[in-house]
Design a binder for this molecule. Structure first.
Ligand SMILES: *Cc1c(COP(=O)(O)O)cnc(C)c1O
Length: 385
């Protein structure tokens, strides 16, 4: 097996990219290099590419970075301690005081908080726009705009942005398009191939896939961005430990089979909800009634495992459903093998209350797991009453 896996299929790259058997022992699985430091050949004699200190680089982390870069079709991958650490590094390496950025109107709450509370205090301004509306994004762009920050599908309303069109708007203005690809994963969508400049992940979600690790990653083809991110990560220190990198590396090996089942189940759940009298509206890009369905079909392999819906009887009824399921566990986060349910207005998106990112009070969000779909639908029917 050579190092070059670029011509191979997705499932093969997930298992082999960056993961050759250990040259000393033949261990098939990349070891957890649980070490902070490395013996050097001589004073100042470390060769380029060798390891010195694990904040700077660690072999288990390197394997994860090569695997992720291969799956996103990127030249460079960098792993971080969390999705927010990855987003923070991208923001602080690509915008400066006085710069402006455009952000989606249902951005991840933590990303909104970071931009709204931390970056604005540093002299960065932003405009919130509906990213599904390319003209609205173009109108929001200013001469000092350096970034368009996009999630597609978005959270929690599963909005779809046309990534090639947004890349065009960004590039016409000398700005970059950043795509948070956490909801789609590289199995369903590869934004760099559609013109995006930087991809960000919370590997905590589908990539890790088992709700047992927090992590983040950034992928890019730009050498300059990679250098700035590498410098900042080493300077600021938001690195994942070797065991966390290893758990994520292991999770990603089964990403393709997990995503197929997540998509199968989410489609069935979305259809069952759409036919239920207590459900006022279902948000799932796989439904033909979804306004972004055609764009999603053009840029995604399938439609993902996240489904949101509005309860016909209002907020209290939505809260009762969120608290009333048995298999769907009431919890924040998403993308694990087990199904989760939550009320965005009071949980994940509570910090957006009163802002342009406020979500409907009767909204319920599901992360549809890989259990038997019949059990999941029965659980929701029971809770809906
Ligand atoms: C969870 C999440 C993040 C933040 O990632 P953490 O690993 O929790 O820091 C960013 N974007 C999206 C879309 C997410 O779902």
């Amino acid at each position: 097996m050579t190092d070059d896996t670029s011509g191979l299929g997705f499932e093969t790259r997930a298992i082999h990219a960056g993961q050759q058997p250990d040259p000393r022992t033949g261990a098939v699985i990349v070891p957890i290099y649980q070490t902070s430091t490395y013996a050097q050949d001589g004073v100042g004699g470390t060769r380029e590419g060798d390891y010195e200190y694990s904040r700077t680089a660690n072999p288990t982390r390197t394997a994860l970075e090569q695997q992720l870069a291969s799956l996103e079709g990127a030249r460079h991958g960098l792993a971080f301690a969390s999705g927010m650490a990855a987003s923070d590094a991208v923001l602080r390496s690509t915008v400066r005081p006085g710069d402006h950025l455009v952000l989606g109107n249902d951005a991840y709450g933590g990303t909104f908080r970071l931009i709204d509370k931390v970056l604005t205090a540093w002299g960065v301004t932003y405009t919130v726009a509906d990213l599904a509306d390319v003209d609205a994004v173009r109108a929001a762009v200013r001469p000092e705009t350096k970034l368009i920050w996009c999630e597609s599908p978005s959270n929690p309303l599963l909005g779809i942005a046309d990534l090639s069109a947004l890349a065009g708007v960004a590039h016409d203005n000398g700005a970059r398009l950043v795509v948070d690809n956490t909801f789609a994963t590289p199995y369903l969508q590869t934004p760099l191939a559609l013109g995006a400049d930087i991809v960000v992940h919370s590997t905590t979600k589908y990539l890790g896939g088992h709700s047992d690790v927090v992590g983040g990653a950034v992928l890019t083809n730009e050498d300059e961005v990679r250098e700035q991110l590498f410098f900042l990560r080493n300077a600021a220190g938001a690195v994942p430990g070797a065991f966390d990198a290893w758990l994520t590396l292991r999770g990603i090996k089964t990403l393709a089979v997990r995503m197929e089942r997540h998509c199968d189940n989410a489609e069935l759940v979305a259809e069952a909800l759409a036919a239920h009298p207590k459900v006022a509206q279902v948000y799932y890009p796989g439904l033909e009634s979804h306004p972004g369905h055609e764009t999603a079909a053009k840029q995604m392999r399938r439609f993902g495992g996240m489904v949101s819906f509005r309860h016909a009887d209002g907020e209290q009824a939505a809260l009762d459903v969120a608290a009333g399921t048995e298999l769907f566990i009431l919890a924040e986060s998403l993308g694990g093998i087990e199904s989760l349910i939550e009320h965005p207005g009071r949980m994940t998106h509570a910090s957006a209350e009163g802002s342009m990112l406020e979500v409907p009070a009767d909204l319920v969000r599901l992360s549809v797991g890989i259990e038997d779909a019949r059990d999941l639908i029965e659980d929701l029917r029971r809770a809906l009453g």
